[in-house]
Design a protein around this ligand. Sequence first.
Ligand SMILES: Nc1nc2c(ncn2[C@@H]2O[C@H](COP(=O)(O)OP(=O)(O)OP(=O)(O)O)[C@@H](O)[C@H]2O)c(=O)[nH]1
Ligand SMILES: Nc1nc2c(ncn2[C@@H]2O[C@H](COP(=O)(O)OP(=O)(O)OP(=O)(O)O)[C@@H](O)[C@H]2O)c(=O)[nH]1
Ligand SMILES: [Mg+2]
Ligand SMILES: [Mg+2]
Ligand SMILES: [Zn+2]
Ligand SMILES: [Zn+2]
Lengths: 205, 205
Amino acid sequence: EDLLRRNQKLAEENKKLLDSHKILAIDIMGSVGSGKTSLVVQLVKYLKSKYRIAALAGDTATTIDAERIKSAGAEVMEINTGKECHLDANLIKKALGELNLDKINLLFIENVGNIICPADFPLGSHKRIVVLSLTEGPYVVLKHPFSFIDADVIAINKVDLSQATGIAPAEFEKQLHELKPSLKTAHTNCATGEGIAKVAKALGL
Amino acid sequence: EDLLRRNQKLAEENKKLLDSHKILAIDIMGSVGSGKTSLVVQLVKYLKSKYRIAALAGDTATTIDAERIKSAGAEVMEINTGKECHLDANLIKKALGELNLDKINLLFIENVGNIICPADFPLGSHKRIVVLSLTEGPYVVLKHPFSFIDADVIAINKVDLSQATGIAPAEFEKQLHELKPSLKTAHTNCATGEGIAKVAKALGL
Ligand SMILES: Nc1nc2c(ncn2[C@@H]2O[C@H](COP(=O)(O)OP(=O)(O)OP(=O)(O)O)[C@@H](O)[C@H]2O)c(=O)[nH]1
Ligand SMILES: Nc1nc2c(ncn2[C@@H]2O[C@H](COP(=O)(O)OP(=O)(O)OP(=O)(O)O)[C@@H](O)[C@H]2O)c(=O)[nH]1
Ligand SMILES: [Mg+2]
Ligand SMILES: [Mg+2]
Ligand SMILES: [Zn+2]
Ligand SMILES: [Zn+2]
């Protein structure tokens, strides 16, 4: 479909631009409230002594996520998506045009809360991580394989709620590896930071 | 936008068709794993002695939800949405063409797990209920006002996880009523059926 091909082309341009400035870019996908911002906050705290970090926070209506990431210690640019249900490579291209690319070497891009549409729109990042929360019920991976199949890392999050939800992280891990054996997974509690070292390692950071 | 206007027209045609058969139709929206199917299952159990119920289950890849609703005692038609991120009036029109409309008087339509795109696509139902889970974090209503503003009823679900998530149902209730004072809300545990009588009443059932 023409829109997708145009997005693919822009995504490749974004990646070239990032590479020319030696910036590693990671995009974060996940359903509403799965823990994307919490993950970025934890990664920023964990890595800011090692990298000069910036983040793009894609949000429909508020600056809530941007504020949280700023407080963690990264430069943040908000991308107000309005009613858009996914970030696309064009929005990222514009945002990159407004950042000082010589001042950073690690960029996190938080997508809108949605695991369906963003899967179709690569942004030009080097790695994609999907945050999958135990509170989303036991069928997510089976029902939405396309949401996970192009990811590099899956953060199986809110593991502290395993007993309350009756779902074991291992269940998701098994389903994910059946879908894509090379997928890297980590069990996380992004509210406390548990599992963050493993996520960073899986992302090559 | 032309697509939206065409959908609106088809939605109105669907509603006329339902009215001509004296069928009340309710569509259910909510994020992945928020509790939509559980809600439909509970409503079917609660109402099947009073209504002849059918359900349309919109799902990307499996028959999991359809099976669960069937077991609860309703006739179910699956709408396999593939990679589509929302049901639309056209899909509903086709589904209505395959149901025996003289045999039912209550129809539940479960949308895809997504609170952004479905908000833009009315289906021709008489009432819309959104399932909002406490596990989606405290900012959902503030960040996604458009997901709630056209709804009639909000089921504030997974109230049993209030302590584990640190979120009080009353917080959501306050934000929802600030957004739209006429919105009806109910606190629910759709796994156990707690709050279902109130939901049914709010839906006029
Ligand atoms: N119990 C528990 N809560 C968590 C965990 N991770 C995040 N949370 C909480 O879940 C809520 C949502 O987290 P966010 O980081 O805002 O999630 P998000 O994916 O960025 O949400 P949106 O951007 O609004 O879609 C917040 O209240 C977090 O504190 C976890 O591992 N365990
Ligand atoms: N603790 C708790 N769990 C619930 C509640 N409601 C639903 N669940 C559980 O949450 C999980 C997801 O519920 P579903 O009814 O499948 O949610 P859904 O919105 O239909 O999910 P999708 O159609 O896959 O988007 C299941 O394991 C349910 O048993 C609740 O009120 N409390
Ligand atoms: Mg966020
Ligand atoms: Mg369901
Ligand atoms: Zn979309
Ligand atoms: Zn959509």
